[in-house]
Unconditional design. Structure first.
Ligand code: ARG
Ligand code: ZN
Length: 474
């Protein structure tokens, strides 16, 4: 074996000698020695990011800076061919690490160009590089894979991931579906930029996030090259394929819009999609500047049962109503730009996006937010709305349940009543500006609201987010 470039043979021998010593002692002792030694041999990265709701989502020991996905989807055979190149950085000395991937056959894995050993166990693709990757080390992982992608079933019974349709696929990954179509560090804690290139049969359109860099047809196939430069959680990536009518334009604010609409939904979708620029402009006045350079929508014709705030380009399973468009657009600030660190904080996404709907109605001739709040509050103590407090859904089975959306929005409304409109909107703008392209937690939001308003809000947060049962009115 030749030493890797730049590494003198002398040092290598030293490493080999220590490994030989370690092999002779029990594992626990070896771990201790490893932790104490100046050049630790490295330990395995954790199989999950540590989220109790989805323990195997994400992985420990490294951060993915960029994903470069090259995909080819055969819509009639429902076959996907993929190559994923991940630019990563080790956050510990790594002897091996996991990626999230389920189904599909992996044919080759390399780390910095050198073939790496790999095995599959459940949703984990376990990769053992030839050499320990030291803390801070930048490295590239290449995974070649193919097969027939299938969605996963979430704890709430919904389908999630690569969902085949009659003319392509509806690709939505919240909370855990990214692993059905690309190997990922799939927890919102890890955000990355993306290049996604998708080849589909001529006549189909493949839509992803960010800007369309180019589109080329040759030999009966069309390749679409997409790029999202702002950090994005894996669940917000899409590669939705279908027969779509495409519309492209640039808004007055310079946002590049790309709408892809299934012709069967076109007439119902048109009047709503027409409002996208004004909805984004209105949300920008409330929440601060739109975080991204591109926008748009994918309106598919599929029976999935939900829409998703895929970054820059929300995905609808049929023509959305205006409230849904407002909701998914608000997620671009709350959820996409400012992301969760744990799924239990999901009300920071869904409560905020729901409250945006209430505000939209209030400012566009509909019911006031107070009226919406009152109608919900009138529900009896046994109503499902009060089944659990939104700050603590209890498990992944409840993260998309009514209390998260509606009582989450009610909690925000109570904050607004407590601090007044001026401070409330200052809080929302400070939140989206201060955590832009990053993360936020419920505790951080509470501290910010208290700081901006100068009021103590711990009682309110405790009551509305963390206390079981219907809250008493303040
Ligand atoms: N975040 C989406 C929305 O509120 C809902 C996603 C639901 N996903 C699921 N697997 N049930 O618009
Ligand atoms: Zn939502």
């Amino acid at each position: 074996m030749t030493p890797p470039p730049g590494q003198p043979a002398r040092r290598r021998t030293g490493v080999l000698r220590r490994e030989a010593v370690l092999a002779a002692v029990p594992a626990a002792v070896a771990a201790l020695l490893g932790a104490a030694a100046p050049a630790a041999p490295g330990t395995a990265g954790a199989p999950g990011a540590g989220d109790p709701y989805f323990p195997l989502s994400g992985n420990g020991g490294y951060h993915v800076r960029h994903y470069d996905l090259t995909l080819r989807y055969d819509t009639s055979a429902r076959h996907l061919d993929g190559t994923a190149v991940l630019a990563a950085r080790a956050t510990q000395n790594l002897s091996r690490f996991d990626l999230d991937l389920t189904g599909l056959k992996v044919t080759r894995v390399t780390v910095d160009g050198a073939p790496a050993a790999f095995r599959r166990t459940g949703q984990e693709l376990v990769v053992t590089p030839r050499h320990t990757l030291h803390t801070g080390r930048e490295f590239h992982i290449t995974v070649a894979y193919h097969g027939t992608p299938k969605p996963v079933t979430d704890p709430d019974g919904s389908a999630d991931g690569w969902i085949p349709t009659d003319d392509g696929a509806f690709v939505a990954g919240e909370p855990q579906g990214a692993m059905t179509w690309f190997p990922a560090n799939a927890h919102p804690e890890d955000k990355s930029s993306y290049d996604i290139t998708i080849t589909v049969p001529q006549g189909r359109t493949a839509v992803s996030n960010g800007v369309l860099l180019g589109q080329r047809t040759a030999h009966g196939r069309t390749t679409f090259r997409w790029r999202e430069t702002q950090p994005m959680a894996a669940y917000l990536a899409t590669a939705t394929v279908g027969k779509f009518k495409v519309e492209q334009y640039t808004t007055r604010d310079g946002i590049r819009v790309y709408n892809a609409v299934d012709p069967r939904e076109a007439s119902a979708a048109a009047p709503v999609l027409k409002k996208l620029p004004s909805v984004l402009a209105w949300e920008s006045t409330l929440f601060g500047p739109y975080p991204f350079r591109s926008a748009g929508s994918v309106v598919d014709h599929a029976n999935v049962g939900y829409a998703l705030e895929t970054q820059t380009r929300p995905l609808y399973d049929s023509a959305p109503d205006l409230g849904t468009l407002v909701h998914e657009s608000a997620h671009q600030w709350f959820g996409d730009s400012v992301s969760l660190t744990a799924w239990k904080d999901i009300w920071l996404n869904e409560g905020f996006a729901t409250y945006a709907e209430w505000l939209y109605a209030e400012q566009h001739g509909g019911d006031s937010a107070q009226k919406t709040f009152d109608a919900l509050y009138a529900r009896g103590a046994g109503d499902h709305l009060w089944a659990f407090p939104p700050g603590d859904p209890g498990s992944g089975a409840h993260i998309f349940d009514t209390p998260v959306y509606a009582r989450g929005a009610m909690a925000l409304h109570e904050v607004r009543r407590a601090v007044g409109d001026r401070d409330f909107f200052r809080i929302l703008r400070a939140w989206s500006a201060g955590h832009r392209y990053g993360h936020g937690t419920t505790a951080q939001f509470e501290r910010l609201a208290e700081k901006v308003s100068g009021k103590r809000l711990d009682g309110l947060f405790h009551t509305w987010l963390f206390t079981k049962g219907k809250p008493n009115r303040a």
